[in-house]
Design a protein around this ligand. Structure first.
Ligand code: HEM
Length: 269
């Protein structure tokens, strides 16, 4: 555990990002952990964070992973310093660290991911497409083994970070404090008025009031769909409820497809 604690504190030190984005690598590290894990297919038990196959082509070149080289590069010197840790463990621990250091809940985590080679790369299309609606979002997350409540809780990570035209084509942050995890994503989604942004880029929403925030069509699906909206309302009302459910769902996400030792305990950093 002490060795992993050293890795954790190195990651925490490296979050500070100076001129980069909003001053933190935290959001892009969370996105790396999520995209490494969210390739999981429960039926075939393929994909997931074991393997860290995003290091290789073709997976590194999948459109959904644009820009995640930034996150991988932040972690590379840490891997060089602690070469015994697998990339899958390093990337997911970085996700845990980023959530916690940005004010989020404690995420239970344990090591056990083994690196694989390029032959284990997952096919393109396993990660969600922001331009689509609730049917697509359900297809993607049900495939991983999540339910509606978990989907909405996980989406609350969009309180953090921003879209980049050079990566996804979309532009801007979802909240006013994109390096601090709060339930703001839900309160804004529910209470603000949104209109289609007028621009040359892909269809996205913009808030009426400040025209500085954004929502993807897939975000808006969470208030258009009755069963999703129920949970948006719950999390808008209570940050504690959001944190509790987010911690469970994010912890589960990071373990999809990973086999642990029987009875292997969780660690908290
Ligand atoms: C960023 C889509 C779910 C965490 C983004 C971006 C898109 C996107 C298009 C912008 C990428 C860029 O241009 O840099 C979606 C869709 C989802 C989804 C369609 C599901 C319907 C999630 C989940 C998490 C997550 C489950 C984590 C639990 C993030 C974070 C960023 C981000 C932290 C900001 C990255 C940065 O600032 O560089 N997402 N996402 N997303 N996503 Fe998601």
């Amino acid at each position: 555990f002490d060795d992993y604690k050293k890795v954790y504190s190195k990651i925490a030190d490296s979050l500070e990002a100076g001129e980069y984005d909003d001053g933190s690598y935290g959001p892009v590290l969370i996105r790396l952990a999520w995209h490494a894990s969210g390739t999981y297919d429960a039926k075939t038990n393929t994909g997931g964070s074991s393997g860290a196959t995003m290091r290789f082509h073709p997976e590194a070149g999948h459109g959904a992973n644009n820009g995640l080289d930034v996150a991988r590069n932040v972690l590379e010197p840490i891997h060089a310093q602690f070469p015994w840790i697998s990339y899958g463990d390093l990337w997911t621990l970085a996700g845990v660290c980023a959530v916690q250091e940005m004010g989020g809940p404690t995420i239970k985590w344990r090591p056990g991911r083994a690196d694989a080679d390029a032959s284990a790369c997952t096919p393109d299309g396993r990660l969600p497409d922001g331009s689509k609606g609730s049917d697509h979002v359900r297809d993607i997350f049900y495939r991983m083994g999540f339910n509606d409540q978990e989907i909405v809780a996980l989406a609350g990570a969009h309180a953090l970070g921003r879209c980049h035209t050079s990566r996804s084509g979309y532009d801007g942050p979802w909240t006013f404090a994109p390096t601090y995890l709060t339930n703001d994503y839900f309160t804004l989604l529910l209470n603000d008025k949104w209109h289609w942004k007028k621009w040359d880029g892909p269809a996205q929403y913009e808030d009426d009031k400040t025209k500085s925030l954004m929502m993807l069509p897939a975000d808006m699906a969470l208030v258009k769909d009755k069963n999703f909206k129920k949970y948006v309302e719950k999390y808008a009302k209570s940050q504690d409820a959001f944190f509790e459910d987010f911690a469970m769902a994010f912890g589960k996400l990071l373990e999809l497809g990973v086999s642990f030792k029987p009875g292997q305990e969780y660690w908290e950093f």
